[in-house]
Design a protein around this ligand. Structure first.
Ligand code: 4NP
Length: 154
């Protein structure tokens, strides 16, 4: 089997998707799963930027180091390279769908569709919130990461 390639997508690529990348890398490593992992944003505002300090701090408190990540924008080529593309909310979904090429190997799907009982829900944007919002983000992305490891092990 070729190694799965998983891309996490949010708006800015400095809060939710780098946290999802960190949570999934941690869970995949713990499970011995060989997988390619990356993240991107639908917007270009934070291209080249490290994750928000609050996202870094929250991830670090759970043992995930994401400080070396840098923001990049989602491109059509991502749908040819990644076997799985998970978006955080419905705006990300609409923006991602708009650039899926005809020869895509994957389609964008909501991350929380992986979590029983949370299908159709969004990972809320913590950017304008406080520390507790980043705790909520970590809870959502780490729960989804655990489900994704289980799904890819089957
Ligand atoms: P993210 O959060 O999409 O989870 O990375 C945001 C980051 C930056 C902005 C909005 C959301 N912004 O407007 O700059």
């Amino acid at each position: 089997m070729t190694r799965p390639a998983v891309l996490f997508v949010c708006l800015g690529n400095i809060c939710r998707s780098p946290m999802a990348e960190g949570a999934f890398r941690q869970a995949a490593e713990a499970a011995g799963l060989e997988v390619i992992i990356d993240s991107a944003g639908t917007a270009a505002y934070h291209v080249g930027d490290p994750p928000d300090p609050r996202a870094q701090e929250t991830a670090r408190s759970y043992g995930a180091e994401i400080g070396s990540l840098r923001g990049r924008q989602l491109v059509a080529e991502d749908f040819r390279r990644f076997s799985h593309v998970f978006v955080m909310d419905h705006a990300n979904l609409a923006n991602a769908r708009a650039i899926v090429p005809d020869d895509a190997i994957s389609q964008p799907q909501l991350l929380l569709d992986l979590v029983p009982g949370r299908e159709g829900a969004a990972v809320a944007d913590p950017y304008y919130g406080g520390e507790e919002h980043f705790e909520d983000t970590w809870a959502d992305v780490s729960r989804a990461a655990a489900e994704l490891v289980r799904a890819l092990q089957r």
